[in-house]
Design a protein around this ligand. Structure first.
Ligand SMILES: Cc1ncc(COP(=O)(O)O)c(C=O)c1O
Length: 375
């Protein structure tokens, strides 16, 4: 990978040491050029930009993202956020025969909230015994014939631990439960092949590792379920004949667009396309292997410097989210920000998340500045 050339795509890297991709990926020049052309079309064509270039760009993005995820474009719905994607699916299921949903305490709260607000659903939140992962045996014991969903993360935002989707899928299938995966922290940093996976539903989005900005989420739905599930939250974008404006009859799309809700965020469609192109050109395997080297270096440097981390002991289960235990994590993050180093904090940890455009020297500066703060 030509790191110098890659870095020149992201203006923030000339201004800051940016190690917070798991919160928000940086904005690229490619993305801003798409944004510029979006604005130009708006100036030029007004509403008629919709029927030509804008709806076309939406489909270009859908096709590109589907291919990247190992899915068909017909299996992908574009929605405004992970929370919305979750609620669309959580609403489309009948809980009268199976009313249990199993998730874990390491998942992002918005996942559990979808079912916590449904009084007829029994929400089971599995604890983590080591603070890093949840054992497969715990899932196997909790998922049974009362379970509607096994809903959990691909990569835990809390620890960076990568879960085994094959095993989770097997556990769900043995009990006839559906596997819903929150993959916000996966695609863009680790390879994903949804067609070959046992996930029934998978959500992700451009915001973080795909460097595409806020306001958009990708919902993958397994082929059989696309046809079987009737949306119970509906919109004109989900209607097969959207521009018939037939208010008395709602006939949903035959593909995953049936789950879509209202006018999409077009600026994000454009920035997401820019980010996705860069990721595709570099190749996810090359990104993954570079991120592993950067993560390994970060872990070693932090260890040598006397920091404790909440990460998997197995390098193969680690992603580029590194949780450094810290008593004053908020103050440490502010100190680093004053020195031009952007990281984040969660649950008593400084969270450092390098991506392909970072360098070993940036990681060293980050850890050295953390030491300086302690002193
Ligand atoms: C794993 C994970 N899921 C979900 C979310 C929130 O998603 P949204 O704000 O799109 O609903 C985040 C957050 O940033 C996240 O890290």
């Amino acid at each position: 990978m030509d790191v110098t050339r890659v870095r020149s795509e992201f203006p923030i890297l000339q201004r800051k040491i940016y190690l917070n991709s798991c919160s928000l990926g940086p904005l690229s020049l490619r993305a801003t050029s798409y944004l510029d052309s979006f604005q130009e079309l708006w100036h030029d064509l007004g509403a008629s930009a919709w029927y030509g270039p804008w709806l076309e760009t939406l489909e270009v993005l859908r096709i590109r993202v589907a291919e990247f995820l190992g899915a068909a474009p017909e299996q992908l719905a574009l929605l405004p956020s992970t929370s919305v994607a979750l609620s669309v699916i959580a609403e489309s299921i009948d809980y009268s025969k199976r009313n249990r949903v199993v998730c874990t305490e390491l998942d992002f709260p918005t996942l559990a909230y979808q079912w916590a607000v449904k009084p007829d659903v029994e929400l089971v939140i599995l604890p983590s015994h080591d603070g890093v992962k949840v054992d497969l045996e715990q899932f196997a014991a909790a998922v049974d014939d009362r379970t509607a969903f096994l809903a959990t993360s691909h990569v835990f935002y809390t620890t960076g631990h990568i879960q085994d989707l094959d095993c989770l899928g097997e556990i769900a299938r043995q009990s006839g439960a559906l596997l819903f995966v929150d993959g916000y922290q996966g695609p863009g940093q680790i390879p994903v092949d949804l067609g070959a996976s046992k996930a029934d539903f998978y959500t992700t989005g451009p915001l973080k590792w795909l460097c595409g900005g806020p306001g958009l989420s990708y919902l993958y739905v397994q082929e059989k379920l696309v046809k079987k599930l009737q949306p119970r939250i509906a919109s004109w974008f989900g209607a097969e004949d959207q521009f018939d404006f037939d208010l008395a009859n709602f006939e949903p799309h035959r593909d995953a667009r049936r789950f879509e809700l209202g006018t999409p965020s077009l600026p994000t469609i454009h920035t997401a396309l820019g980010g996705q192109e860069i990721i595709d050109e570099l190749g996810i395997e090359a990104i993954w292997s570079r991120n592993r080297i950067l993560t390994q270096h970060l872990v070693e440097k932090a260890e040598e410097s006397g920091f404790q981390m909440t990460i998997s002991p197995e390098p193969a289960d680690r992603s580029a989210i590194v949780m450094i235990q810290h008593e004053n994590s908020m103050e440490a993050v502010s100190y680093l920000a004053k020195k031009g180093i952007i990281v984040d904090c969660r649950h008593g940890h400084v969270r450092v998340s390098p991506h392909f455009y970072n360098t070993v020297s940036e990681i060293d500066q980050c850890i050295d500045t953390l030491i300086e703060f302690a002193e």
